[in-house]
Design a protein around this ligand. Structure first.
Ligand SMILES: [Zn+2]
Length: 229
């Protein structure tokens, strides 16, 4: 459903769309999020918003630069908005009562992402959470988001055939983990935030614990799946 927002600009000339950023709205309900993203004073938007019942709103044309990411970093890119499509997924978020995403909503997100991936050449390692590109200030879409289910449907990276890697023993796991995180795509200089963002996306069982051998095995496995790294 087309629901235009005035909050967008032009993408730079010859700028390829090669990133996909997923968010939660983090507001009490979807109507409030839609109103905010269409209010010129808010200066925020996204290309799409997916309601809990699966209804998809389009706010900004994919050819335009929506204002969803803000300051951040992923794999050397500091202007993620110029290169990405942004999807807001309705959920009250950690501030207003974070809860599991609805089945119909995730089905709609998967269908939408698959359509976007058919239109643009977006590698799996550039399908990220808002918290991956801005780990110092964002938590969305959060540890309840079913990234595994998306990966099963061809959207994004997930560890594969982990058993052989899981025996890895590192002498200094935290240092190894930090440098691998940067190799994978996280920004420099915010080690704790990077670790939490990684766990939130790829190892949520370990969100509140330190990185362990299993976290490192997952990360190495993901890096191995990235041909360009
Ligand atoms: Zn966000």
């Amino acid at each position: 459903m087309w629901h235009p927002s005035p909050n967008f600009g032009d993408r730079p000339a010859d700028c390829a769309i090669d990133m996909l950023v997923l968010h939660y709205t983090g507001m009490p309900n979807g109507d409030m999020a839609l109103t905010r993203m269409c209010d010129p004073a808010s200066q925020v938007s996204a290309h799409y918003m997916v309601e809990e019942d699966g209804c998809i709103y389009q706010l900004v044309a994919e050819s335009k630069r929506a204002w969803h990411g803000g300051r951040g970093y992923w794999r050397g890119c500091t202007d993620v908005n110029s290169r990405s499509v942004g999807i807001e997924i309705v959920n009250p978020g950690h501030e207003f009562g974070y809860r599991p995403f609805a089945v119909a909503q995730i089905d709609a997100v998967i269908t939408l992402c698959q359509a976007i991936l058919r239109r643009h050449n977006i590698p799996a390692h550039n399908i990220i959470a808002h918290s991956d590109m801005a780990p110092d200030r964002k938590e969305d879409p959060g540890e309840l988001f079913p990234w595994h289910q998306l990966a099963e449907n061809g959207i994004g990276l997930w560890p594969r055939h982990l058993d052989a890697d899981a025996d890895d023993k590192e002498v200094d796991p935290e240092t190894v983990f930090d440098s691998l995180l940067q190799q994978f795509g996280y920004g420099p200089g915010q080690k704790t935030e990077n670790r939490i963002a990684f766990q939130r996306h790829w190892h949520p069982q370990c969100l509140n614990g330190p990185a362990n051998a299993h976290s490192i095995a997952i990360l190495k496995n993901l890096i191995k799946q990235c041909p360009a790294l």
